[in-house]
Every structure is written in C-alpha cells, then in structure tokens.
Design a binder for this molecule. Structure first.
Ligand SMILES: [Zn+2]
Length: 239
C-alpha cells in the first residue's frame, strides 16, 4: 500500500519514554517491543525514521519520517537506542540541559522517570542521534517572562553546544505550547527549526507539527494518523 504524501508536509512522530508502560497516566511511554513493531510497520511501507535535521535537509522527504523523543528520559539509551539501531533509524532527542541527571519533576502525576545525565546525552549523540533542546527546565514558554524566555531558548542552546562540542539546530516547545513571541525567541536564539504539536497558523520551520505515537498505535491507527497528517496539515512554508 503506497501512501502519497505532500513532501512539504514532513511527517514527524512524537515519542517520549520507551520502557515499562504499566503506570503511565500521561500516556507518554511505549514499550521497546511496540516501538519495534511501529518501525517495522514504517519499513514495510518503504519509510525510514530519521532525525528532524536529516528529514528537513533531504531533497526528497517522501520516504522519510522524523522520529522525535522528548524530555531526554534515561530509558532512551536502554529502551529506544537498541531498537533504532536494529532498524537503522536515527532520531532527534530533545533534552533539558537544566535537568540532566534529574527527573520529570514538572509532571505532578505519575511515576518519577529519571532523565539522562550529560554522559548519557553524549552517548546518544555518539550513536548518531541528533540532540536538540527542549529548553532548560521544561517551562511553558507562552507563560515565561522575557528573561526566562531568553534563558530557556538561547542559554539552553549554548549549554548544550558546550556539552556536545557541536552546534545545536533543533528546539522543541515544552508541552507543545507556542505563540508568536516564543517562535521569535527560538529563531533569535539561532535554531534552524523547532518542533511543536499543533501549531495552527504558526505552522512553519520554527513550529513544525508532530503526531503523537503511543502504545495503542498499532497498524490501523498508525495508517490513519499517517494519512490524516498529510491531509489535515497545511504545507510548511519556507521548507
Ligand atoms: Zn516535554
């Protein structure tokens, strides 16, 4: 079954944690087995998962799907990386340089999940994973004052670049919340692109829409999400 997709509507899947999902009130976790089946589903359709930077740089995006993992959970290295390697996929991992080695303290409910340390982030980068910024501390940028907004965007990029020894191209809005002021701050901080969830009229290289992919997304739901994404989203101008 071939799926015609408008190349200007890049398909970007949004994951968070990869591990045990028995206690998961925010539905942010998939098991490694489910991720494996979802990547197998993509491969059967001639699609390959890549980092967002690779997706955006590709001359022809029709056979590529961006894979993103938000928050930088420690289980990325143990749960996601072996599966990605097996499928010869890359991905983008959006980490919080102000919380490395900490946990998801911003989520009031649900289990504490440890976040990668600086060494863990470097290990993922060494395996070909693109590292992007998710801000310093997981702050809603639409509610941040000017100083916080600048720190969460520009400072997080500087800290991450220092940690990795490379440039940082991508940003990801915490909670997916975005407004014109946040987009301007992210652009001013020097990022090439930024991921949102449902950016509406802000849709563009600095507010890319993404599709949540979860533990319940088996073949049929994945197919519908894939199709609906191409039909519902407006082409991203400027790509
Ligand atoms: Zn997040």
């Amino acid at each position: 079954m071939s799926v015609p997709v408008d190349a200007r509507v890049p398909w970007v899947a949004m994951y968070h944690s990869v591990g045990d999902c028995s206690d998961d009130p925010y539905r942010i976790t998939v098991t490694p087995e489910r991720l494996d089946r979802q990547l197998t589903w993509l491969a059967r359709r001639g699609l390959r998962g890549v980092s967002v930077a690779e997706l955006l740089a590709a001359p022809d995006r029709r056979r590529l799907v961006g894979l993103t993992f938000d928050d930088g959970y420690a289980d990325f290295v143990t749960g996601a990386l072996p599966v990605l390697r097996e499928h010869r996929c890359t991905a983008t991992l959006f980490v919080l340089p102000g919380r490395l080695g900490g946990d998801n303290a911003w989520d009031p409910l649900g289990p504490r999940k440890p976040l990668l340390t600086a060494d863990g982030v470097r290990r993922a980068a060494a395996e070909g994973i693109e590292i992007g910024s998710h801000g310093l501390t997981h702050t809603d940028l639409t509610r941040a004052d000017d100083l916080t907004l600048k720190a969460e965007t520009a400072e997080s990029r500087t800290v991450l670049a220092g940690l990795l020894g490379t440039d940082v191209a991508g940003f990801c809005y915490p909670y997916g919340t975005v407004d014109a002021r946040a987009v301007a701050a992210v652009r001013d901080a020097g990022y090439d692109y930024a991921c949102a969830i449902d950016p509406g009229p802000l849709n563009g290289p600095h507010a890319l829409p993404r599709v949540h992919v979860g533990q319940n997304d088996r073949a049929v739901r994945l197919f519908l999400k894939y199709r609906l994404h191409g039909l519902r989203r407006r082409p991203v101008e400027g790509l």
